[in-house]
Design a protein around this ligand. Structure first.
Ligand code: COA
Length: 176
């Protein structure tokens, strides 16, 4: 009986979290929302068959998530000029995707300086796998079918089918 009650509570909680996401995004289909996530962003578009794991945080504006995308536990997407994620892409847990830096000119408080933002935001292609704890920064452009190894930092172009890792990430090999 107790187990059943817990299941019902879980089910109700999941429904609540899903409704929260549906209210804040333009979703082609109701996503699978596996726990509480936070959305403080405008113009968030979500494709079909998208899964959000608990603790995902979407901040800013113009975030586009394609069809059949998974976003892992605790991943943060902070977009000022747009973050676009292609179809069939998996983003593992604890990644940080952020398209801007603070200004760092000497002699002024960093907090008072304008943000330095990627002109076109960040593009992540289709069938990309971004493994756990990656940083995807201003300047990153990850082409289709690429793999980014765990704990990597990407701030440049990663070509199609590349398997890249490191800080900053460099191409180690290609998928074959
Ligand atoms: C990138 C990755 C897929 C490559 O796997 P692989 O092709 O089997 O590569 P290998 O394990 O044979 O490693 C090859 C070399 O690259 C190094 N390497 C692999 N991944 C690395 C990484 N993320 N950062 C730094 N070096 C890495 C290995 O140490 C090894 O070095 P060596 O040749 O000097 O011994 C894998 O290492 C990885 O990062 N997996 C992520 C797991 C994860 O985050 N899962 C989340 C679930 S969604």
């Amino acid at each position: 009986m107790i187990t059943f009650l817990f299941k019902v509570i879980e089910w109700l909680k999941r429904g609540y979290h899903t409704q929260y996401v549906v209210r804040r995004c333009r979703a082609s289909e109701v996503p699978l929302v596996l726990g509480r996530i936070y959305i403080n962003a405008t113009n968030v578009r979500v494709g079909k068959n998208v899964t959000f794991y608990p603790g995902v945080y979407l901040w800013g504006r113009d975030i586009e998530i394609g069809d059949n995308v998974d976003i892992g536990i605790g991943t943060i997407i902070y977009s000022r000029n747009g973050v676009r994620i292609g179809n069939n892409t998996s983003i593992a847990g604890q990644c940080y995707i952020i398209d801007s830096n603070h200004g760092t000119a000497k002699g002024q408080l960093i907090q008072n300086q304008p943000m330095n933002t990627a002109e076109h935001g960040i593009d992540i292609g289709s069938d990309v796998w971004i493994a756990a704890q990656c940083m995807i920064l201003k300047g990153a452009k990850i082409a289709d079918h690429a793999v980014i190894g765990a704990q990597s930092l990407v701030n440049s172009d990663i070509p199609e089918n590349a398997i890249a890792f490191g800080t900053p990430a460099t191409v180690a090999k290609f998928r074959k």
